[in-house]
Design a protein around this ligand. Structure first.
Ligand code: HEC
Ligand code: HEC
Ligand code: HEC
Ligand code: HEC
Ligand code: HEC
Ligand code: HEC
Ligand code: HEC
Ligand code: HEC
Ligand code: HEC
Ligand code: HEC
Length: 309
């Protein structure tokens, strides 16, 4: 393999690489400091990947890189067209094993999550990752490689039927919810977290793809959008006032059952004395409040006031 010259764009991106932590308040770990010095010295190998593979070729993990996108030697903007292995692991310098570290990734990596991400962003700073820096994942030190695998033929999370499993490794609350009695079809991967969320962050609350909770729901439940002649303010405000999108022990993803659900906001005794009670207690049996207020999401019926038809 021959080593192509470093491109201008790459040089610029890489030059930012280890500059960020020097202006950050956090003190640098000794290894990170060492890697920074090594980066500035910029002693790249002369034979690219070959310099590394003379020692690392026996590792199946390392070699799996060549079955994936980053090992593609035909790509004109991938690592193999640039600094090969060192596009990600930094300059070799004197590294021949334990004598001197290389940038290592993952939860046990030897540089901060922020720096690991900077390596990836040197090539992937594009529209898809515009909101990355404002994302809660960044604040929580989640790195690109918490979700992605590079030394692999197939990056697991990119397979739709694996996404929920990868996200659920950390999001145990949502994992528990999706197995509850009522849930979106997440358990069988017919729906994925990414149908509502953007993994790389968004400017909306809870990293939603759409600008609001309701807009997220309308993508698939358009019939709930309205406008209705008789609106229910609670619905117009936020579907999650009553529903947990990830799952619930109650029917219809409801956070609580009626009448408690309704009594979160409405007086418990309310208008009891104004309505005609039928058999039993019409407020607690059957559909409870929905015995009468059965158009809870809004009504277009001329006489559908109070959400009754
Ligand atoms: C002379 C042999 C040799 C060469 C050449 C070599 N390495 Fe290594 N490298 C090793 C050994 C041995 C280790 C394991 C050290 C240890 O156990 O901590 C290692 C460790 C690493 C690690 C750290 C793995 C981890 O999880 O901490 C990375 C990354 C790495 N090498 C990348 C490279 C790259 C990239 C190149 C080429 C620029 C390269 N190596 C060249 C022998 C070599
Ligand atoms: C696109 C960035 C990227 C490129 C290019 C890359 N690596 Fe890696 N490397 C990683 C990441 C990320 C990991 C952590 C494991 C993972 O996510 O797949 C890693 C892990 C490693 C490890 C530790 C593996 C282990 O067994 O734990 C070694 C050694 C290594 N890389 C060597 C290399 C060599 C040699 C090359 C060139 C042939 C190379 N890498 C190219 C990003 C890269
Ligand atoms: C030297 C530039 C470069 C670096 C550094 C780099 N990538 Fe990439 N990456 C690419 C290119 C080029 C592609 C292929 C794009 C395409 O095929 O459309 C790619 C593809 C991907 C894909 C899609 C893979 C697929 O199978 O379709 C993911 C995910 C990804 N990169 C994540 C990462 C992560 C995580 C890192 C940091 C560990 C990283 N990249 C570092 C250039 C880079
Ligand atoms: C929380 C998990 C998660 C994190 C963290 C994450 N990704 Fe992704 N990434 C995904 C998922 C899921 C997909 C596939 C769905 C999609 O395209 O949005 C994806 C797709 C991609 C792709 C291929 C499609 C595209 O969007 O261009 C690239 C490249 C990529 N990610 C790069 C990165 C980089 C770089 C980082 C770090 C700055 C990163 N990702 C962090 C989950 C994650
Ligand atoms: C049907 C759309 C939808 C799907 C699918 C979905 N979410 Fe959500 N998620 C939301 C909405 C809406 C919110 C914000 C309102 C709320 O907290 O209920 C949210 C909030 C969150 C939060 C923040 C919770 C908090 O308390 O701040 C996390 C974490 C989360 N989702 C993770 C996931 C994961 C992981 C998956 C996949 C297993 C997933 N979501 C699937 C719609 C969805
Ligand atoms: C390595 C662990 C990890 C993985 C994997 C992971 N997350 Fe997270 N995520 C976190 C942490 C930590 C937070 C911040 C604390 C919290 O809200 O739990 C977070 C926060 C979130 C939030 C709340 C965002 C906000 O603005 O309030 C959403 C939504 C979310 N993650 C979705 C996802 C999705 C979707 C995936 C898979 C594509 C995923 N996460 C994968 C660790 C992870
Ligand atoms: C990507 C499409 C999609 C999005 C976005 C979506 N849903 Fe759904 N929703 C579905 C599907 C599919 C079903 C299952 C229909 C079935 O099984 O008959 C469903 C079912 C439901 C149910 C009935 C559950 C049950 O137990 O019968 C409720 C309630 C619901 N969704 C509320 C919401 C809310 C609230 C949002 C916004 C946070 C939302 N949905 C966003 C696709 C979606
Ligand atoms: C005031 C509480 C409340 C709010 C807010 C609310 N819902 Fe519901 N939702 C219910 C109740 C109660 C049921 C079960 C009885 C029924 O179907 O009318 C239900 C059922 C559903 C169902 C499944 C049954 C069907 O009719 O398809 C979907 C889908 C749904 N809601 C979507 C939404 C969406 C989307 C929003 C936001 C625009 C929303 N809900 C806001 C209380 C609420
Ligand atoms: C998150 C708070 C909230 C929840 C939960 C809620 N509501 Fe409401 N509801 C409101 C608000 C706000 C209004 C409008 C102001 C008012 O009349 O009090 C309203 C109005 C109403 C109206 C009068 C509509 C009209 O046409 O004037 C009825 C009937 C009603 N709600 C029934 C219910 C029922 C039944 C439930 C339970 C399934 C419920 N609400 C749950 C907040 C809520
Ligand atoms: C037997 C039928 C019936 C049941 C059951 C019922 N309602 Fe009503 N509700 C009515 C009628 C009829 C009205 C119209 C105004 C009136 O007569 O007071 C009304 C009006 C309302 C209003 C708007 C006027 C006001 O008093 O603020 C709210 C809010 C309301 N109901 C909430 C509830 C809640 C919460 C429950 C369950 C605890 C419930 N309703 C159960 C029939 C019923």
């Amino acid at each position: 393999m021959s080593l192509t010259k470093i491109t201008k764009k790459q040089a610029l991106a890489l030059s930012c690489l280890f500059v960020i932590p020097t202006i950050s308040a956090k003190p640098l770990q000794p290894t990170q400091q060492l890697l920074q010095d090594k980066f500035i010295a910029g002693k790249y190998s002369t034979k690219g990947a070959d310099s590394c593979l003379m020692c690392h070729a026996k590792s199946d993990t390392v070699m799996a890189l060549f079955a994936g996108a980053h090992g593609n030697t035909a790509s004109s903007d991938g690592p193999m067209a640039q600094l090969h292995c060192e596009s990600c692991h930094g300059p070799q310098g004197k590294h021949k094993g334990k004598n001197e570290p290389m940038i290592a990734f993952g939860a046990d990596g030897n540089v901060s999550a922020e720096l690991q991400n900077t390596v990836c962003l040197s090539c992937h700073q594009d529209n898809e990752r515009l909101a990355w820096h404002d994302s809660v994942h960044v604040d929580a030190d989640v790195s690109c490689v918490s979700c992605h695998q590079v030394h692999a033929a197939n990056d697991t999370i990119l397979a739709r039927n694996q996404q929920n499993a990868v996200c659920s490794r950390c999001h145990t609350e949502q994992r528990a919810a999706m197995h509850k009695r009522s849930s979106h079809p997440l358990e069988n991967n017919a729906m994925v977290c990414g149908d509502c969320h953007t993994p790389h962050g968004s400017l909306s609350e809870a990293a939603l793809k759409q600008p609001s909770v309701n807009d997220s729901c309308f993508e698939c439940h358009a019939e709930m959008r309205g406008p209705f002649l008789w609106e229910h303010e609670a619905v117009v405000d936020d579907c999650s006032n009553c529903h947990n999108p990830h799952g619930s022990v109650n029917d219809n993803l409801l956070t609580r059952k009626a009448p408690q659900l309704c009594q979160n906001c409405h007086q418990p005794d309310g208008h009891q004395f104004n309505v005609e009670p039928t058999d039993g207690n019409v407020f607690t049996t059957g559909q409870s409040c929905l015995n009468c207020h059965n158009q809870i999401h809004g009504s277009n019926h001329p006489s559908g006031n109070y959400l009754r038809k």
